[in-house]
Design a protein around this ligand. Structure first.
Ligand code: G4P
Length: 541
């Protein structure tokens, strides 16, 4: 037996136990539903930070900083992303942050490929909103377990039963409430634990900056304190029981039913209940299928996949960071791994855990953890790193782009910097880069899901690569995958053109609009014009 294999065998029980303690999840929500507030509240409850506000730079504290900060602040959106580790009740909760703006859905999609579970966060007054629906579709395509948290119960909102009905009717997810609010939205008194039957009454603390005071009462005492609100909640709970809306583990794991919790992140109500549910019900890491479709055991030698690249998180360093989700084995800092795409060794001396604004060096990591590799110029989104015999995970599918623009260097003398910048942004997945012989390397076509991605490219090309660009928008809105046989015919048609995606060599036909596409499909039924896939989410019309 080789030294590596021997080490791996010795580590097996440890890796299995550590993986079993991991819960890796993300929050999906529409902007303003309270994702940042919830993140802070979770960290606060787990005592990872001393007072709410340290993670996302709210208040006078600053969180993750980057060159984009000014841009983000001006627009009120969050582009940078933090992976947050929360130690709670013998578990390690890894919360992966997702950008809030719809234009960065592709980034969010990649983050979702790296988690085992999602929290669907709803505003009690708004219910399911467009961005939540879009992200939920991705979860459904991946059959990901989803926990629903109905937020802002301290503010006037909708009836709880009506919200459950909306979830079931609109997205076909069977809601199974684990707790039930006492007091209507806007008059939040506390929560009944449906399983234990106990009542937790909340008392506000000023500004929500510290944990809310929780008082646990038995049903009799609760009835005495809350009177009519208690009676109403009890009646609703009886109704739920009659409807059989009870938690069911198998359908939750299959992404068919969703445990529902009510709460209010700002005053920290219902947060410990959510943490308990993550620990008790959220799945631990499972074997991830490799490119051949074979599940790689958690205890196999180290393997992980890059799900996100980020540049310049720290102005002082000007570095490039690859976020890797560990799939199997134990990671030890200093290990020399293999980069599956090139077969080259990759040294991991500089590895960090990223926690809000703080970076700390990490020495070991297990399945479900996220490690940040610094100076990761050689890596691209979707790449696999491994130890021992070769393994490669399938690429992370891209969203179908809907916005297209030709990029050119403003100053022809800075063409080299232009080339370097475009290649780097391509491998980070900031935009998709398309080329063709007709257009030439000097004028690549940038393809984006949302137009804000172009702003990021423009900003970074100017400030980071010192190669300002001009972008000429193209009048296309639909992309379809085609093949070498169909390409020459398609290329000659008006209202479209064929380009090659640099990252994977895929041939894409760009068309002005879906009506034009229908005409082409009708006139040339033999040609390949395949909708682009995003993890099973078909870009249909
Ligand atoms: P996001 O990351 O999903 O975009 O939302 P964020 O946490 O920034 O919250 C959006 C707004 O909703 C914030 O108010 C926040 O304070 C408020 N909020 C979040 N959770 C709750 C809750 O449980 N109850 C109440 N009442 N409000 C909540 P803001 O005024 O836009 O910002 P800020 O000035 O308070 O930071």
């Amino acid at each position: 037996m080789s030294v590596t294999a021997d080490n791996a065998t010795q580590k097996t029980p440890e890796v299995a136990a550590e993986a079993g303690r991991r819960r890796t999840f993300a929050v999906i929500s529409h902007p303003d539903a309270g994702k940042s507030t919830l993140t802070e509240a979770l960290a606060l409850h787990a005592a990872a930070i001393t007072s709410a506000g340290a993670v996302h730079g709210k208040g006078d504290r600053r969180g993750v900083t980057s060159d984009w900060m000014e841009m983000e602040q001006a627009r009120g959106i969050s582009i940078t992303s933090a992976a947050l580790r929360i130690d709670y009740a013998d578990c390690v909760l890894n919360l992966l942050d997702t950008p809030g703006h719809a234009d960065f859905s592709e980034d969010t999609y990649r983050v979702l490929s790296a988690v085992d579970c999602a929290i669907m966060l709803l505003d009690s007054a708004k219910g399911l909103e467009p961005q939540t629906l879009k992200l939920f579709d991705v979860c459904r395509a991946r059959r990901m377990p989803v926990i629903t948290f109905v937020n802002k119960w301290d503010r006037p909102g909708r009836e709880p039963l009506e919200l459950l009905d909306e979830i079931e009717q609109r997205i076909g997810l069977r809601p199974t409430p684990l707790n039930w609010p006492v007091g209507i939205a806007g008059d939040f008194r506390g929560l009944v634990d449906r399983h234990a039957g106990t009542y937790t009454k909340f008392h506000r603390t000023p500004g929500g900056a510290t944990k809310a005071v929780e008082e646990v009462l038995d049903p009799e005492a609760a009835a005495g304190v809350e009177e009519a609100a208690w009676t109403q909640a009890s009646e609703e709970i009886e109704l739920l029981e009659a409807l059989g809306a009870d938690f069911d583990e198998a359908s939750f794991r299959a992404g068919e039913s969703s445990p529902v919790l009510f709460g209010a992140a700002l005053p920290n109500f219902g947060i410990s209940q959510l943490l308990e549910v993550l620990v008790r019900l959220a799945p631990a890491p499972a074997p991830q299928p490799d490119a051949k479709g074979e599940p790689r055991p958690i205890t196999a030698p180290f393997s992980g996949q890059v799900f996100k690249m980020q540049a310049n998180m720290d102005k002082a360093h000007r570095d490039r960071m690859a976020f890797v989700r560990v799939s199997s084995g134990r990671f030890d800092r200093g290990m020399v791994l293999t980069h599956a795409a090139t077969g080259r060794p990759f040294a991991t001396k500089y590895t960090q855990a990223v926690f809000g604004s703080e970076r700390s060096t990490i020495d070991t990591a297990y399945p479900g953890d996220v490690i940040a590799l610094i100076n990761a110029q050689a890596l691209s989104v979707g790449d696999t790193l491994y130890d021992g015999p070769k393994v490669e995970f399938p690429p992370i599918p891209s969203f179908a782009p809907e916005h297209f623009a030709v990029a050119r260097a403003v100053d022809a003398g800075r063409y080299k910097q232009f080339q370097r910048g475009i290649s780097q942004l391509d491998s980070e997945g900031v935009v998709q880069v398309l080329t063709s012989d007709v257009r030439g390397e000097q004028a690549p076509v940038l393809a984006a899901v949302g137009p804000l991605q172009f702003d990021v490219v423009r900003h970074r090309m100017e400030h980071e690569f010192r190669a300002p660009i001009e972008l000429a928008h193209l009048d296309y809105s639909v992309a379809r995958r085609t093949d070498a046989a169909s390409a020459p015919v398609l290329h000659g048609l008006s209202g479209g053109e064929v380009l090659t995606r640099r990252s994977d060599g895929a041939l894409l036909m760009l068309v002005h609009n879906k009506w034009r596409l229908r005409v082409i499909e009708r006139d040339h039924p033999g040609l390949l014009l395949e909708p682009l896939l995003a993890g099973g989410v078909v870009d249909g019309d």
